[in-house]
Design a protein around this ligand. Structure first.
Ligand SMILES: Nc1ncnc2c1ncn2[C@@H]1O[C@H](COP(=O)(O)OP(=O)(O)OP(=O)(O)O)[C@@H](O)[C@H]1O
Ligand SMILES: [Mg+2]
Length: 383
């Protein structure tokens, strides 16, 4: 059966052109010219996807979005919003109200169809996994992958501090996993001597990696966060290629913890891409430096074509040193074409002390700006 798409736009030309384009691709189209009419049709028709304009006279797109999200019958319908170019503020407001993705007007037809297809594929996959959970013990937890476009930007630091922040309100439900075999830095950062957890799972031959294999590979920190550690022996780098074992490991982790934070590093290898497909949320770490933002934009473009909707991708701006030459947050957002979800300020002294004490920054200093910033970041996932 054809998937049903509701298009809500007060501009008749857009409505007709986008409708025709998607109809030709085999979708069933329902159209609405006003926000209020769009809302009615959303409730009546329960479409598989809604394309929603922001600026409309009677009821704007944000209000429609809020009401669709507020009704249990329609709350899970994926929504892509249309917004005028460069209106980054619109995007921030829309993501906060629960949009899954954005398209800027004018939109290239191939981009429009690619985004629609990716969004529908993602929901079909989600529905499928809900219908037949593999080895489900309970519900799947939130899997947050942390990565960056290049090394050294603070991925490991954010993964650690986010996990320990979540632990403050979700005691006993947090798992932190290092997915950098051969480059494992979590063990060193947290002062663990035995770091063979992930290597053992990835070198398992014949039998599949089981949930109890993963459970017994986990180690416990004093704070109660469970960790899966990777070795830092250079010869173990090749283990990342064990994609099947890696994928089973993530699946099992998602049933073992309510919150699973993954250090994915900065290399988008084929097996890391498969892990990304299993993440429910992604954090991209970047810094306010032109060249890094250029690389980050390229990474975001690549990821937006993957299964995740852009609404599940959060850009975190981590500033390691104060500098006059740094870009403003506004310039960063404009260049990326999307909002920055959270900021972490420079705290080189604290970072060095944390390193020396093998403890997370937020544990070394229990109050203050860095702590508050990680609290804010954690709230994006634990609401
Ligand atoms: N808020 C901060 N202020 C100053 N320095 C910081 C801050 N957060 C992290 N750092 C420092 O930045 C450096 C890089 O951090 P980290 O090792 O987490 O990056 P990474 O992206 O995981 O690197 P790699 O690519 O090597 O895995 C570390 O020395 C860390 O202590
Ligand atoms: Mg790292």
């Amino acid at each position: 059966m054809a998937e049903k798409i509701l298009i809500v736009d007060d501009d008749r030309d857009t409505l007709r052109l986008v409708g025709l384009l998607l109809q030709r691709k085999g979708y069933e189209i329902v159209a609405a010219e006003r926000g209020s009419q769009g809302l009615e049709k959303a409730f009546q028709e329960t479409p598989d996807l809604i394309l929603l304009d922001v600026m409309m006279p009677d009821m704007d797109g944000f209000e429609v979005l809020r009401q669709v999200r507020g009704n249990p019958k329609t709350s899970n319908i994926p929504i892509i919003m249309f917004t005028a170019k460069t209106q980054v503020d619109d995007k921030v407001a829309g993501f906060e109200a629960g949009a899954d993705d954005y398209l800027t007007k004018p939109t290239h037809p191939s981009e429009l169809t690619a985004r629609v297809k990716a969004m529908l594929a993602r929901t079909t996959q989600r529905k499928g996994s809900e219908a037949a959970p593999e080895k489900a013990v309970g519900e799947r937890g939130v899997v947050v992958g942390v990565l960056s476009a290049k090394g050294g930007l603070g991925v490991t630091t954010v993964a650690i501090n986010l996990a320990f922040t979540l632990q403050k309100t979700q005691a006993g439900h947090v798992i932190l996993a290092d997915f950098r075999p051969g480059n494992g830095f979590l063990s060193l950062s947290l002062g663990f001597k035995n770091q063979t957890g992930l290597s053992k799972l990835l070198t398992k031959e014949g039998a599949e990696v089981s949930i109890s294999d993963v459970q017994s590979a986990l180690q416990m920190t004093d704070a109660g966060v469970r960790v899966l550690l990777s070795s830092y022996m250079p010869s173990d780098i090749k283990l990342i290629e064990a994609a099947d074992q890696l994928v089973s490991t993530v699946r099992h982790l998602s049933y073992l913890g309510k919150y699973v934070v993954l250090d994915l590093g900065s290399a988008l290898t084929p097996s890391i891409q498969k892990v990304i497909d299993l993440c429910t949320q992604l954090i991209i770490i970047t810094e306010p430096v032109e060249s890094s933002i250029t690389q980050t934009k390229a990474l975001l473009d690549e990821l937006s074509m993957q299964i995740l909707g852009l609404g599940n991708i959060h850009v975190v701006l981590l500033n390691r040193i104060r500098s006059e030459t740094h870009m403003s947050t506004r310039a960063v957002q404009d260049k990326l074409g999307r909002p920055v979800s959270a900021m972490i300020s420079p705290a080189p002294e604290l970072a060095a002390t944390a390193g020396a004490q093998n403890a997370p920054m937020i544990v070394v200093q229990k109050e203050g700006l860095i702590n508050q910033q990680y609290d804010k970041l954690a709230q994006l996932f634990s609401k």
